[in-house]
Design a protein around this ligand. Structure first.
Ligand SMILES: Cc1cc2nc3c(=O)[nH]c(=O)nc-3n(C[C@H](O)[C@H](O)[C@H](O)COP(=O)(O)OP(=O)(O)OC[C@H]3O[C@@H](n4cnc5c(N)ncnc54)[C@H](O)[C@@H]3O)c2cc1C
Length: 397
């Protein structure tokens, strides 16, 4: 943990630091500067304002010194307008699995304005405890007040692991929290596991331009923190009979934020392959723009969406919004039909949440077959045409 320190021997009582502090954490007493550690957000602005070198931020690396006092797995559950995002539920399910192996509990962090109604869905997904903090200042996804509440909770309860969804907000919030509690953060993980020997969280993510998967350990500092992309982990089946504890958390007095939200403009969400239950996906093996019509036709007959590999986007046979994978979208359909897709690690990084994979490929050694539940070795144009003809015949079309 870090702390703002004032060297009273050097402080001349000029008061410049007090006026520089946007959080109102500094004051004067007996002609010397004083800091309120509960209000200080460690932004560091006062360090620059002090001409006498009287202010410093000291890191005590408490997490490093005292690892055994950290326990349990926490998941930050982002919500929008009171609705918890699916990635929070996916992470709770994963946390539940990891907690069984680690012999610990799962807690969900639910912050916002009037969000208590969502707490039971987190317990149904696998949380034992929900820390619920409601405050008008938390009504919008603004990083500083959220980071403040989460940092205080970490300091008082000491979770061993803390997970965030790698949404735009999660990617912005998690590093702020990690910096405040002086720990590491592995961004954009595609898989999480527990090392059976050390009990450490194994945080796996693409590295070196996506050419290999790296597994990262946070050996010294606590909590071990990671963000995980939405859709790469399977969604849980809610168990409405589960019981758990909802712990109300009082928001700190006068939550500080340097950002003033003037207006929020909501755009209607476009249909995304990330939400599709059935996806027919094309790879370079579809061999030509004209054959994309077969992929579209099968997707339509099955009530699904069209996906593709990056190669198909690069060639110009489909738009980027259809791309699946590390630099595309992570998808979690019930059924994915991969047509002429080799199964590169970058593509596979986006389909970890798919429940059933059917692969059609002329090469029996294609890596996609390593993750397929049903393997069809053959020309995807022929197989697609046959499938479409069969479905149409069955439906009398
Ligand atoms: C940093 C980085 C990020 C990347 N991000 C992504 C990403 O998000 N998503 C992604 O998909 N890729 C991504 N890539 C690219 C990735 O490495 C592969 O190049 C890409 O996935 C290959 O697409 P593909 O499988 O369609 O094509 P190919 O690898 O060319 O495979 C074509 C397959 O089709 C088969 N085939 C050929 N003809 C037929 C036929 N008639 N019928 C059936 N099968 C046939 C072949 O046997 C082969 O297996 C990324 C790469 C990098 C470096």
């Amino acid at each position: 943990m870090a702390e703002l320190k004032i060297n009273l021997d050097r402080c001349v009582g000029c008061g410049l630091c007090v006026s520089s502090c946007p959080a109102g954490a500094l004051s004067m007493a007996d002609k010397k500067a004083r800091v309120d550690p509960d209000t200080c957000v460690l932004c560091g602005l006062c360090l620059g304002s002090c001409r006498f070198g009287a202010i410093s931020i000291e890191k005590d690396h408490g997490g490093a010194a005292d690892r055994d006092s950290y326990r349990d797995i926490w998941v930050f559950c982002e919500q929008r307008s009171g609705a918890v995002l699916d990635v929070g539920l996916e992470l709770i399910a994963k946390a539940r699995e990891l907690a069984e192996r680690r012999g610990c509990r799962v807690a969900a962090l639910l912050l916002g304005r009037q969000v208590a109604h969502a707490a039971h869905s987190l317990i149904a997904a696998g949380a034992d405890t929900v820390y619920l903090c409601e405050d008008a200042q938390l009504g919008h996804n603004l990083e500083l007040p959220y980071a403040e509440v989460i940092t205080r909770l970490i300091r008082s309860h000491r979770p061993e692991i803390l997970l965030f969804g790698a949404t735009a907000f999660g990617r912005s919030l998690a590093p702020r929290v990690a910096a405040r509690v002086q720990t590491g953060l592995t961004a954009d993980c595609t898989e999480l596991d527990i090392d059976p020997d050390t009990g450490l969280l194994l945080q796996t993510r693409p590295a070196f331009g996506g050419n290999l998967m790296a597994t990262i350990h946070t050996q010294i500092f606590r909590p071990q923190m990671a963000t995980v992309r939405p859709g790469v982990l399977p969604a849980p089946t809610p168990d409405l009979t589960r019981t758990g504890e909802i712990v109300p958390v009082a928001p700190p007095e006068g939550l500080f934020d340097a950002v003033v939200l003037l207006e929020e403009v909501l755009t209607p969400p476009a249909a995304s392959i990330a939400d599709a239950e059935i996806i027919v996906a094309a790879g370079r093996g579809i061999d030509g723009h004209k054959n994309m019509a077969l992929v579209e036709e099968l997707a339509e007959l099955l009530g699904g969406a069209v996906g593709c590999s990056r190669a198909v986007v690069d060639i110009g046979w489909a738009e980027y919004r259809h791309q699946i994978g590390q630099t595309g979208l992570a998808v979690s359909p019930k059924l994915l039909i991969a047509c002429g897709i080799s199964g590169s690690i970058q593509f596979l990084a986006g389909i970890g949440g798919a429940q059933k994979v059917v692969a059609i490929n002329t090469d029996p050694e294609a890596p996609i077959f390593g993750v397929a539940d049903y393997k069809i070795v053959g020309d995807c144009v022929e197989v697609l045409s046959a499938l479409i003809a069969r479905i149409k015949a069955d439906r009398g079309l």
